[in-house]
Design a protein around this ligand. Structure first.
Ligand SMILES: Cc1cc2nc3c(=O)[nH]c(=O)nc-3n(C[C@H](O)[C@H](O)[C@H](O)COP(=O)(O)OP(=O)(O)OC[C@H]3O[C@@H](n4cnc5c(N)ncnc54)[C@H](O)[C@@H]3O)c2cc1C
Length: 423
């Protein structure tokens, strides 16, 4: 335990002879880590360096309620702006960390300031993957990650009647498609798979989501990708595709996944391996530097595999673990990965080890046609993942089935009359 740690639950004195903890990043991971440090009784200095000119915020509403105009800015904030000064946390917004010097234990900021640290957490998240396509710089072509992206797209989509082409049919592409369609726009999705989301949940379940979109008038061009985005007077007008189809477009959104923001860690000489390589306690290869959230590739103690999760629940869980590790607690990121999505009237939650589902048997409890079901992935007789669609309050039972590792009978698992707890 270092001398920065105090058993007092509420920090009364942040003055310390040591520089304290610096958190680099302005997302949910950073906010959760700062909050957890104070909850753990850490009384030293905390500084959060956030590149965006925003109080740390969470992203899921950006493609859903916030984009649709149903949720306001408060829905984005895991902690109110007042929390930071109230808890003696210095928040530097609109300020990027540009260099990290592990030997000197200093961080250089965009304005040239050098900030010392005792422990540092890298929570720099991820950035949208770009594609080298002619026309991506035209007006009306968007990538999507930030609050500013969501505000800009909301303005473009409002009023409806626009021709919208989405390049990418993953979770974010599908969510934006649903919201754009609900706002009265004409949406076409391009994707490399024959069925959207099939890489994550398989074709049978991806079809459930695709059919719901089709019912609402969303069109799919699959498998297909864009070969060129063309414009008129600097504004996008159409998208050429590998199928030969030419799609008229007022708005194009490129949603082809994300890449972890590892530049700082790379410059500092940390081990990079699909993100920043960290232990299950989220320690990086360099002493006193930790990483969490979308940028971290952590060893999972249950699967024995590395996982870089790009999900909301992981931002919270890993932010907590990193904070506890930094104050010397024996913390391990061993949560069962969880994520959720909302598309039209489909609400979905998923828990489990995606990497183990590839060779697993799919067992359905409920009705795919009525879109009310739980899907289980069963490997060697054990549940390794479960996904509930429009069925609620079953996540605890699903997680218990997974974590217990007990053998299940698939007929019983598929039978809605048998309570999950009895399986
Ligand atoms: C539109 C959208 C919808 C989503 N919906 C869901 C959902 O429904 N369910 C789900 O489970 N997950 C969802 N996610 C994923 C989830 O939001 C992410 O997993 C989560 O945001 C990761 O949090 P993070 O703090 O690690 O990274 P981020 O949220 O990316 O935050 C990182 C922050 O660090 C800042 N930063 C980067 N480099 C520097 C630097 N050098 N100096 C200072 N600051 C820096 C960035 O500007 C950014 O603000 C969604 C993501 C998006 C984009």
């Amino acid at each position: 335990m270092n001398e920065l740690f105090s058993a007092s639950p509420v920090p009364s004195d942040t003055a310390s002879s040591l520089p304290g903890i610096v958190i680099i990043g302005g997302g949910l991971t950073a906010a959760t880590a700062a909050e957890t440090l104070r909850k753990e009784g850490y009384a030293g200095t905390i500084t959060v360096i956030a590149e965006e000119a925003e109080v740390p915020y969470q992203r899921p509403p950006l493609s859903k309620g916030f984009l649709a105009g149903q949720e306001n800015e408060d829905a984005l904030l895991p902690l109110p702006a007042s929390w930071y000064p109230e808890h003696q946390v210095t928040l530097l917004t609109g300020m990027a960390a540009t260099e990290l010097h592990p030997d000197a234990h200093t961080i250089t900021l965009a304005d040239g300031t050098s900030l010392p640290y005792t422990k540092a957490l890298i929570a720099t998240g991820a950035a949208p993957r770009t594609i080298p396509l002619s026309g991506v710089d035209l007006e009306g072509v968007y990538t999507f990650r930030t609050k500013a992206d969501s505000v800009a797209l909301k303005a473009a989509l409002s009023g409806g009647g626009k021709e919208v082409v989405l390049i990418g049919s993953g979770w974010i592409g599908m969510e934006i498609a649903a919201t754009a369609s609900e706002l009265g726009n004409h949406v076409t999705l391009l994707g490399l798979e024959e069925v959207p989301l099939s890489a994550a949940i398989g074709s049978e379940l991806g079809t459930v989501f695709m059919n719901r979109h089709k019912e609402a008038g969303v069109k799919f061009l699959l498998p297909a990708s864009a070969t060129e985005i063309q414009g008129r007077d600097g504004r996008v007008s159409q998208v050429l595709t590998t199928t030969g189809a030419v799609l008229p477009a007022d708005i194009v959104i490129v949603a082809v996944g994300v890449v972890p923001n590892t530049a700082l860690a790379q410059q500092a000489g940390l081990t990079i391996n699909n993100g920043i390589e960290v232990t299950s306690g989220l320690a990086s290869s360099s002493p006193d530097i930790f990483a969490a959230g979308d940028v971290a590739n952590a060893m999972h103690p249950v699967t024995g595999m590395r996982t870089r999760s790009e999900h909301w629940a992981n931002a919270i869980a890993s932010g907590k673990v990193a904070a506890r590790s930094m104050v010397g607690r024996d913390a391990v990121l061993d949560d069962i990965p969880y994520f959720y999505t909302d598309q039209f009237d489909l609400g979905m939650e998923y828990s489990g080890y995606g990497a183990l589902t590839k060779d697993a048997e799919l067992v359905i409890r409920g009705s795919l046609e009525q879109r009310e079901f739980i899907a289980f992935w069963v490997l060697d007789g054990r549940v390794v993942a479960g996904m509930n669609v429009n069925v609620w309050d079953v996540q605890d039972a699903i997680k218990e089935l997974i974590s217990s590792g007990r053998k299940v009978d698939t007929l019983t698992l598929a039978d809605p009359q048998t309570p999950l707890e009895a399986i």
